[in-house]
Design a protein around this ligand. Structure first.
Ligand code: DGL
Length: 276
């Protein structure tokens, strides 16, 4: 099923993007904005979200299953639009396919490094899994070892967002609990280390206007653009298709699809990616 080295990649092939749920749509929207001519195939694992509290073995297994599905759709590149999967499964995915694979952690760190002063303090909010993996620290140490990073696992944010509670009294209380220690440590930057979190960014900025928020979407789309151009894989036609697949049809996914893409989605359906 995995693409062999000898199979040529073509510009007309779609770019595959995936996440544990709807969070990756924040990245997909930006890819569509910067690369409007690209055909896009998205998979959101809405039946198995969240990934952030699962073991690395499970996250890697789920990621392989999704990658197999995307490769069956003949993708020319894969964007892992999930920090948790990027933390644990990126190398494993790259070992199984010659299709270029981009994660979201390197782009988020790039964005931070471009904006932050070397001596500044940055907070990192992410899932338990991403924080425990140390992936951000590893990537950051190769770019700017002097940058101070304070990580904070925020396991309640993904369920709040998935349930449409991003703007609520409950969310404000939980955000205070998670973010007060970062404000106390004088963090100037706050990395949204989960692709769901841009959906709660307004509430964060309302409560903590002192943080400059860093999210991975813009830089990820930019890196994808460069990668496609460098490999002569950029698509130029006006007939780009956007196809969204989910493992379970949820109301929140439907609502976010309408909000982000209105009527620009050509296909939106449930796809079975496992045998059972
Ligand atoms: N959106 C995902 C991320 O960027 C994870 C959410 C989850 O499934 O826990 O980490």
């Amino acid at each position: 099923m995995f693409r062999l080295r000898s199979t040529p990649l073509l510009a007309t092939m779609p770019v595959g993007v995936f996440d544990s749920g709807l969070g990756g749509l924040t990245v997909l929207r930006e890819i569509h904005r910067q690369l409007p001519h690209e055909n896009l195939v998205y998979f959101g694992d809405t039946a198995r979200v969240p990934y952030g509290n699962k073991s690395s073995a499970t996250i890697i297994r789920y990621s392989h299953e999704i990658v197999r599905f995307l490769l069956a759709h003949d993708v020319k590149a894969i964007v892992v639009a999930c920090n948790t999967a990027s933390s644990y499964a990126l190398d494993a995915i790259r070992e199984t396919t010659d299709v270029p694979v981009l994660g979201v952690i390197e782009p988020a760190v790039q964005s931070l490094v471009q904006k932050a002063q070397a001596a500044s303090v940055a907070g990192l909010i992410a899932t338990k899994g991403t924080i425990a993996s140390g992936a951000y620290e590893r990537v950051l140490s190769s770019h700017n070892p002097a940058q101070r990073l304070i990580g904070k696992a925020c396991p309640l944010l993904v369920p709040l967002i998935e349930e449409g509670y991003a703007e609520s009294h409950a969310a404000d209380l939980i955000l205070h609990d998670y973010l007060a220690p970062l404000a106390k440590a004088n963090a100037e930057y706050l990395i949204l280390g989960c692709t769901h979190y841009p959906l709660i960014a307004q509430a964060i900025q309302r409560l903590y206007p002192q943080f400059t928020l860093i999210d991975s979407a813009e830089q990820t789309a930019l890196e994808l653009k460069t990668l496609l151009q460098e490999n002569n894989l950029a698509h130029t036609s006006d007939t780009a298709r956007v196809e969204l697949f989910v493992s379970d049809m949820t109301e929140s996914m439907r609502a976010l699809k309408d909000l982000f893409f209105a009527d620009r989605v050509d296909r939106f359906e449930v796809a079975q990616i496992t045998e059972d």
